[in-house]
Design a protein around this ligand. Sequence first.
Ligand code: ARG
Length: 461
Amino acid sequence: MVKKVNQSWGGRFSEATDAFVQTFSESVSYDQRLCFHDIRGSIAHATMLGAVGVLTETETKSIVDGLAQIKVEIENGQFEWSIELEDVHMNIEARLTDLIGEPGKKLHTGRSRNDQVATDIRLYLRDEIDLLIAAVERLQRGLLDLAEAEAETIMPGFTHMQVAQPISLGHHVLAWFEMFVRDKSRLQDCRKRLNVMPLGSAALAGTSYPIDRAMTAKLLEFDAPCNNSLDGVSDRDFAIEFSAAAALLSTHLSRIAEELVLWTSAQFNFVTLPDRFCTGSSIMPQKKNPDVAELVRGKSGRINGNLVTLLTLMKGQPLAYNRDNQEDKEPLFDTIDTIFASVTAFADMLPAIQPNRDEMAAAARQGFSTATDLADYLVRKDIPFRDAHEIVGSAVQYASGKGCDLADLALQDLQQFSELIDDDVYDILTLAGSINSRDHLGGTAPAQVKFQVAEQRASLG
Ligand code: ARG
């Protein structure tokens, strides 16, 4: 009887896979992106099998050469992926056997797709994390340049979305920068925990061959082999941790996006975005929309969604490997692509924003943003802070009634509220006086902004 069944596991089957089941269960359409890491893992595995004597030297060489050739075929777009072969692993193994014959069938000795795929994803994600960290650093360098250029630019700082106190735009940009310092360290941290090797766990219980796991771990630049084979094949914590780190990174980008959308509106008019980062409207000829910022804000939704997908995927799984795990790839890959695109978009766009300095300063002059400075001034003249707060509150009420700022009141007007107010009060009621006076670590004084830029530049290296 001729039966057409899967060549990797068809031995005990008497009929071919249902056509729908084949499409339903294949993963090669998306896991082929693991191909180079799969090949790297297989080369290390075969090399180790050769070293411990499970494979002969000739067999090992033929496998390693065959895999190297497959890599070239894929790079040149000559490799034919087939969904009948289910996934990236079986596609590559089948091609190896086509190419080199018998030794190809020995590659899978002492290994299962369960430990193979768990290893592949870690290898792949490790490289992606390195690329993402580099992209975050590029974004950070751009922010430092922007912060330095805008150290003296004054804008209103907000709390409750109400004008609070004048701040340096450079200081605001450095607040964005700090978010990415934490994101970067979360990615580095995730990479450390990810860098443990499942290979050798085989299907779930390990293998009866005399494998040398320390050797494969070293060849693949893992810090160590995992300690437990059941955990090795079933753990996807690293994917969840990465997705969580990406979700937070994307949340930060989304917050910045929200500020840019506000700031570019006609009502704020704090910054202008270069045309190349905007698009128009098909009906309203006057429109120039901050679409890149809006898309980055929108994309954080799907990155958060992917995190929840992975958590939900894992929560009901008993040990050890279950096919559910195949569903880890699409959300993970989507998060990688989306976060990378979002970081890249902002790394390109943020350094190119053009601040409208006059508008920002004018906005900072509204809303009595130097009221706290007046209170501090009175405190320096020995008035308790609570009393000073009360005095300035009355002065604000008075100026508000007159429709002017505190700095526009005549000295006699101000002196009605306290005799201790003198001519020098106008120094601190100005915007520049206000920001210059906040001259301590973490404060908004331009001198502090420049100091931070220098410090952070040095630590970025
Ligand atoms: N494509 C599978 C996955 O991504 C590979 C492992 C398959 N293992 C199995 N026992 N069917 O999880």
